[in-house]
Design a protein around this ligand. Structure first.
Ligand code: SF4
Length: 460
């Protein structure tokens, strides 16, 4: 009984969050920055913040995550961190030879009121930024937003800082892929390239946070979106933002800055989500849907219909990133399941409406909330009152899973105690098969475990 104090009828709270279904803004900003080639994320604040953000990303991706910090002392906390950041910029370019620095702020530097624009201007005036090197930044105080809004702000800053308007649009498509795994980014690229068009993913963490063991160590792996590619986003024929919360602001910034038409879609998770993405690509490119993708769709539909009896009427509790929750909820409904409970600590009024739409064909009642009080404690109290069949979310849900004896499918961020999420995609039709398999195996394992001896079957 790890969470023994949670009660089924937990009182309403107005000013207390218990076990939030979110984390710090800078973690998202750091993840986005790692998707730019040759980029060193820089945390403008104290060492502790940077250590925490790096360690969360390192534990999730099982790869070394490099980031620099302004290492605030008592002095910088009182007088501001300008001199620390100027020194850091000089060191990063001269010692680590980064192509670009992505600065994000923290609670401390935001509270002091450090003006990063002004500090970067001073760095330029002082000759600290060598020719062909760049700095961009995002404001990410963690007393508001979440890792998702931090990711969104850094992606928007990429477009604001680098995308160059063009007189004539090119043929290529720009995609802001949302906070998904490196394997998902790889899969999104593969799907777009199946239409025979060039694509720029901004950012792109494939080849950065899912690299192999080659015997050589590189500060900056070969993957990531190059600065030239970010500049060329301004001449894309269209930008598709996957996930309104994480990618919407970047796509809309590109549209308003460079007049690139922007389409905002839910993440291409599951059948309908992937259908919409592929249909959009077909309309944008004017090309029919490739046979390969049709074949992959047919395999997912085959799995769903073969195994429908095991999915039917089953319920899930979800938590984490709103883009993931909305897309997963729709997929659960496609599988004849339903999201009984969902909570996200990421604020945003659109979440409730998006969930309403995603759950319109749900086979059971769905209860969902967003914001500061939509935390793991609240979801646990709902679960205590009436259990779902499966939990879907990050590692923090393992305490509820153990206490309530409910299987847990690890999905989203952070996953600190398993591997695989960074290597195997969950977007696209192939990703839908993986997700369906993970959920299905939970139900079948449970059936095997709980069956009395006379009902224990070899074939299920
Ligand atoms: S909440 Fe603020 S102070 Fe705490 S680790 Fe995050 S950025 Fe740093």
């Amino acid at each position: 009984m790890l969470l023994r104090h949670t009660e089924a009828d937990a009182p309403e709270r107005k000013a207390l969050t218990i076990n939030p279904a979110k984390t710090c803004q800078p973690i998202g900003a750091m993840y986005a920055a790692l998707g730019v080639h040759g980029c060193l994320p820089h945390s403008h604040g104290s060492q502790g913040c940077c250590s925490y953000h790096r360690s969360q990303l390192t534990r999730h991706y099982k790869e070394p995550v490099l980031a620099a910090t302004s290492s605030f002392t008592e002095g910088s906390s009182v007088f501001g961190g300008q001199s620390n950041l100027l020194q850091a910029i000089s060191n990063i370019f001269s010692i680590y030879d980064a192509d670009v620095i992505a600065v994000h702020t923290t609670c401390l530097s935001e509270t002091i009121g450090d003006d990063i624009n002004q500090i970067v201007r001073k760095a330029k005036e002082d000759g600290l930024i060598p020719e062909g090197k760049y700095i961009f930044h995002a404001n990410t105080p963690s007393y508001q937003g979440s890792q998702v809004t931090g990711f969104a702000s850094m992606c928007k800053s990429m477009m604001d800082s680098f995308a160059e308007p063009a007189d004539k649009p090119g043929d290529h498509i720009a995609i802001v892929p949302g906070w998904v795994e490196p394997a998902d980014m790889r899969e999104i690229r593969r799907i777009v390239e199946a239409f025979g068009v060039e694509v720029t993913l901004a950012p792109d963490t494939s080849g950065v946070l899912d690299t192999g063991l080659t015997g050589t160590s590189q500060y900056f792996p070969d993957g990531g979106t190059t600065i030239d590619e970010l500049k060329a986003c301004g001449s894309a024929r269209t930008v598709i933002s996957l996930g309104p919360s994480a990618s919407g602001p970047a796509g809309r910034a590109l549209e308003s800055r460079c007049k690139v038409p922007c389409e905002v879609l839910e993440l291409p998770i599951g059948l309908q989500g992937t259908d919409r993405f592929i249909q959009s690509l077909s309309v944008i490119t004017g090309k029919p849907i490739p046979e390969q993708l049709k074949w992959e769709r047919s395999r997912l539909v085959d799995l769903m219909s073969d195994m429908g009896q095991y999915f039917y009427g089953k319920s899930a509790a979800l938590w984490g990133d709103p883009d993931q929750i909305v897309a997963l909820s729709e997929f659960l409904c496609d599988l004849s399941m339903f999201p009984k409970y969902a909570v996200t600590g990421t604020p945003g009024k659109g979440f409730m409406k998006r969930m309403e739409k995603a759950c319109e064909n749900a086979s059971g009642p769905c209860r969902y909330e967003e914001g500061q009080r939509a935390d793991m404690h609240k979801m646990h109290s709902w679960i205590k009152a009436d259990k779902p069949d499966v939990l879907i979310g990050g590692t923090h849900g393992k305490y509820i899973a153990r206490d309530e004896d409910i299987p847990l499918v690890r999905h989203g961020f952070p996953i600190l105690d398993r591997i695989g999420h960074q290597y195997f995609n969950t977007v696209g039709y192939t990703g839908g098969m993986r997700l369906a398999e993970q959920i299905l195996n939970c139900f079948l394992d449970r059936q095997d475990r709980d069956a009395p001896e006379e009902r224990f079957e070899l074939v299920m």
